[in-house]
Design a protein around this ligand. Sequence first.
Ligand code: FAD
Ligand code: NAP
Length: 333
Amino acid sequence: MQVLDNISLKPYNTFGIDVKARQLATFSSFNDLESINIKPGTIVLGGGSNILFTKDVDGLVLKNEITGIQELHEDEEYVYVKAGAGENWHRFVLYCIDRNWAGIENLSLIPGSVGASPMQNIGAYGVELENVFWNLEAWHVQEKKLVNFTRSDCEFGYRESVFKRKYKNQFIITSVTYRLHKTPIFHTSYGAIEQELERMGVKALSIKAISDAVINIRSSKLPDPKLIGNAGSFFKNPSVTDRKFLELKQRFEEIVGYRNPDGSMKIAAGWLIEQCGWKGFRRGDAGCHAKQALVLVNYGNAKGIDICQLSDEIIQSVKDKFAVELEKEVNIF
Ligand code: FAD
Ligand code: NAP
């Protein structure tokens, strides 16, 4: 296990925030984890694409590099595939598409690691990780043992799981097993996918075509963290009651809502933020992206605290204008 002292975390977070960690250790097996004394609260990093550092870390940061992809078994309908938590998520998606294992094609090009995929039940274009999740193994930091989590143990919700809430910083996910379809069920309900498939001239739908469409849409809309620091959507899309949505619709005709399975209405947070005039806003090197207001960006040397302060101002202005409370999606340390 490699341990580096007093190191900048700038290359390890897609926001490109320059904070220091007293120690950074990379681990590639759970045997490595057994050999060190990890304090509860120690930060575990995958790709650093859903994190905002607001201060130096006066302790240990653990970087997960457990690799390996294994086809465990299959039945008539499904194939069960286990992946090391340090595998790159998008490479894993492409690996599955190559073998015609379906279910995660809509989640193409999401940055980060396999191990972080259950953390916030990653989702995009109508598919969420929980749709294909089978189980995971995680290292219990205090009890120093591996624990198995089934889907119900993870208590998945909209960009939520137990690992983000009640077990925050208590477990290190070491592997995830996915149950993928041998015969695909296509999800093209998001308008942008249908439009892109049409533009691409796709005649016979396939998981590869959907993945390509998603990659095209994302590449045209989202800032590339290699060029402009960001962590994707900074806020979750808020849900409101039917009644609240109708009230808003009367005042703001253009507001768009989507019905959730529980009957509540989901509103696009990006639209709310744009209406408050933040889209394209920049103060110093902290800003709100000009193409997608949901994404906060670091143009170079912003501090985590600058981004955090901007996010609080955005939350306040959305609250003042719409009486809707935005919640941060990004993990703030
Ligand atoms: P990190 O940022 O390294 O970590 C995130 C959190 O998980 C931290 O709290 C960390 O401590 C914890 N963690 C990481 N690995 C482990 C582990 N092995 N065990 C325990 N805890 C761990 N997200 C979506 O859901 N949908 C999207 O469509 C999407 N699009 C994005 C687009 C862009 C351009 C960017 C920059 C981000 C996007 N995201 C999206 C957010 C992000 O990519 C995902 O949340 C991703 O799963 C984070 O993975 P990571 O390895 O980078 O996690
Ligand atoms: P979009 O297509 O412009 O739509 C705006 C919002 O409306 C989305 O966030 C989505 O909610 C919702 N929406 C759109 N069509 C919908 C439908 N048919 N049914 C239900 N809800 C619908 O969104 P976008 O910003 O370009 O993002 C596209 C997808 O990628 C979204 O699913 C988004 O979540 C995901 N994404 C996530 C991140 C992240 O960091 N979390 C970053 C970029 C993109 P949902 O977000 O609930 O899907």
